[in-house]
Design a protein around this ligand. Structure first.
Ligand code: SIN
Length: 278
């Protein structure tokens, strides 16, 4: 197995391994070590099907719980990230986020398998949130360090949210629900549960405020933070190929979809890896 770093703020390509075959505990450990080091791993040229995707996901934990999506037919834990060539609804996930950070135990990771990949556009961006924290000047870090963030899926998945009842013509099976308004708190700066390395967790969008901070103050704080978290120097731009599997660490990176492929289909199958239990 060969791990080649992207040369950007995170990300590495892994070759010399066939993910259509069961992996040995040694191979799984090598992948886990590389994942924790590089935060985003891509495995090109994998002829994986949905069984292979599920088996690979389970090497790294239980399946996470994916709310507000219907799974694909015949599977409980695979969602389709899909956009049809003629679709005109706003792009899905074209904003920085950490998957399902509004949950009590957000997923440790996400796996995404490229099935139909457009010839142009559709890159996924990843922003390294350890690097974003490390680069803060002391004054800025002191302002954010001890904040407790309030997370909610309401802006996206409530009936009046971005993917709510007014969102028409979308090919993805998104199911908005009132439960999206529920809130959950997490420290904004927290140690990675496996490496112990501190980082920023999640961002404006799923974070809707801070405990004990008035909204008039919280919103500019969140906007300033969002601009910082997504600075160019923290970003890895991932270019997809069909048959490529990517796994990322939601505890270390934010990610963001991009467009630029109007007139082309795009389809990927996604699973989440549940929170790590020590
Ligand atoms: C996602 O946020 O799960 C999707 C990312 C993408 O479509 O590039």
């Amino acid at each position: 197995m060969k791990v080649t770093p992207s040369g950007q703020a995170c990300g590495a390509e892994v070759t010399g391994i066939d993910l259509t075959l069961p992996l040995s505990s040694e191979q799984i450990e090598h992948i886990r070590i590389a994942w924790l080091k590089h935060h985003v791993l891509s495995f090109p040229d994998q002829a994986m099907d949905d069984d292979d995707l599920e088996r690979f996901t389970r090497y790294f934990g239980a399946f996470g719980h994916d709310p507000f999506f219907d799974p694909i037919e015949g599977r409980q834990h695979i969602a389709a990230i899909r956009r049809d060539a003629d679709e005109t609804s706003p792009l899905f996930a074209e904003n920085w986020h950490s998957d399902w950070s509004f949950q009590e135990h957000p997923p440790a990771g996400t796996c995404l398998l490229g099935i139909t990949i457009p010839p142009v556009g559709g890159d996924t961006l990843f922003a390294n949130q350890h690097a974003a924290l490390d680069a803060m000047l002391p004054d800025m870090r002191a302002r954010y360090e001890d904040l407790t963030a309030i997370h909610s899926a309401g802006l996206a998945y409530a009936p009046d949210g971005a993917y709510g009842e007014k969102d028409e013509g979308r090919s993805m099976a998104i199911r908005p629900d009132e439960s999206a308004r529920e809130t959950q708190t997490h420290p904004l700066v927290r140690d990675h549960p496996e490496t112990g390395r501190p980082g920023l967790f999640s961002c404006l969008g799923y974070i809707i405020g801070f405990e004990g901070v008035a909204q008039e103050e919280a919103l500019p704080l969140l906007q300033r933070l969002y601009a910082w978290q997504s600075r160019e120097e923290f970003i890895y731009r991932h270019k997809w190929q069909a048959g490529m599997l990517v796994m990322w660490d939601n505890r270390s990176v934010l990610h963001c979809a991009t467009g630029g492929y109007d007139g082309h289909d795009r389809l990927l199958h996604r699973t989440t890896i549940a929170a790590y239990q020590a």
